[in-house]
Ligand binder design. Structure first.
Ligand code: ZN
Length: 349
């Protein structure tokens, strides 16, 4: 069931950044690294069931681009790494990540990296088979991967990022062949190591997207709505200008779409104008609050972004993934996103 890629895109085509909460029967809830509730064939079935449930919820909410909600991976970075040879998952070590913002138990790179095989074929094909809308698939970006593993082999962040970029590219090309319309790389690390992002992060990203003819995207955020991130944001001052250092390099890059935080952030909206020529996925849903946005609030956010982004390039989105949220709250946020985009179409269409 391939989507009709020749169809014109709806104005204010709405989508999510990527992750959605896992149902309680699939994994622990409200956790970033949840334990699965089943194993083997039962787990595979539970992942597929959860994915189908979220496809339906996104369609019912009126979203235009549908994702798998990342129901099949424990974490947005480690889900990919589990299929990479050269990584020791048996001996995880504690490491400060995102410039020591928080500690994580991370696997170690111990040998040259190679893909063991396909990483996300099952969920991409499931998604393709069960919706006629456009589908988006998310992968971690090379720089963010490098920041979420311990290196015992390469001894050089750029070299290791390029090695991961090659593997990501291999999987991205295969996802495209599975019928994926949009491949998005998640690079929250771009907002932490801004100079490195401009120096080599964008180059590694382009390597990961090399040869893709489908739409390509990058998501850059201030993280999930977890306490460590909320505390960090409180230290960033009145104006969050991280994007200012990275957007010019992205504007010159081959990547088609950029996903950014907007609603309830301290990002000066005019920074969006640095992305001239790109589609801009504007975050209109706060993932750090359980308060449900009203359609009016969402349309207002879209309205203010329209001062800096041409309307045919503006795509309403969530600020980040919804993985650690309560499932019922996430459903209401999806519904709000769909209603807000619809209201914006009547207001600004
Ligand atoms: Zn994010």
């Amino acid at each position: 069931m391939k989507s009709d890629s020749a169809a014109p895109r709806a104005l204010f085509s709405a989508t999510i950044a990527g992750s959605l909460p896992k149902p309680a029967w699939l994994a622990e809830t409200t956790k970033l690294w949840p334990e699965w509730k089943a194993a083997g064939a039962d787990l595979a079935q539970a992942k597929a069931d959860a994915t189908l449930l979220w496809i339906k919820a996104q369609e019912d909410a009126g979203l235009d681009v549908i994702g798998d909600g990342e129901q099949s991976r424990q974490h947005f970075v480690h889900g990919f790494l589990e299929q990479v040879e050269g990584i020791d998952f048996e001996h995880k070590v504690k490491m400060g990540i995102r410039d020591n913002r928080y500690d994580a138990m991370v696997p170690q790179v111990v040998a040259p990296l190679r893909l063991k095989g396909r990483v996300h074929a099952t969920e991409a094909r499931l998604l393709r088979a069960h919706t006629q809308r456009k589908i988006k698939f998310t992968l971690p970006g090379p720089m963010t991967i490098v920041d979420t593993v311990a290196d015992r082999h390469y001894g050089d962040r750029v070299k290791m990022a390029m090695a991961f970029a090659e593997l990501l590219n291999e999987e991205a090309l295969a996802l495209q062949a599975d019928g994926v319309d949009i491949i998005q790389f998640d690079e929250p690390a771009f907002n932490v190591y801004m100079k490195d992002a401009a120096d080599w992060g964008v180059r590694a990203l382009e390597r990961a997207a090399q040869g893709l003819t489908c739409t390509t995207a990058v998501h850059i955020c201030y993280g999930y709505g977890i306490k460590a991130n909320v505390d960090w944001k409180a230290t960033l001052g009145e104006e969050w200008r991280q994007y200012e250092q990275v957007f010019p390099a992205l504007a010159r890059s081959s990547i088609d779409q950029v996903s950014l935080e907007c609603f309830h952030s301290h990002v000066p909206p005019h920074l969006m104008s640095l992305l001239e020529g790109k589609d801009v996925m504007v975050g209109v849903i706060d993932v750090a609050s359980d308060v449900i946005e009203t359609p009016e609030q969402i349309a207002d956010t879209i309205g203010s972004a329209l001062q800096h982004v041409p309307r045919e390039r503006l795509l309403p989105c969530t600020n980040c993934g919804l993985a650690p949220m309560d499932r019922s709250v996430a459903i209401k946020k999806l519904e709000a996103l769909g209603l807000g985009a619809a209201l914006a179409r009547t207001r600004y269409g």
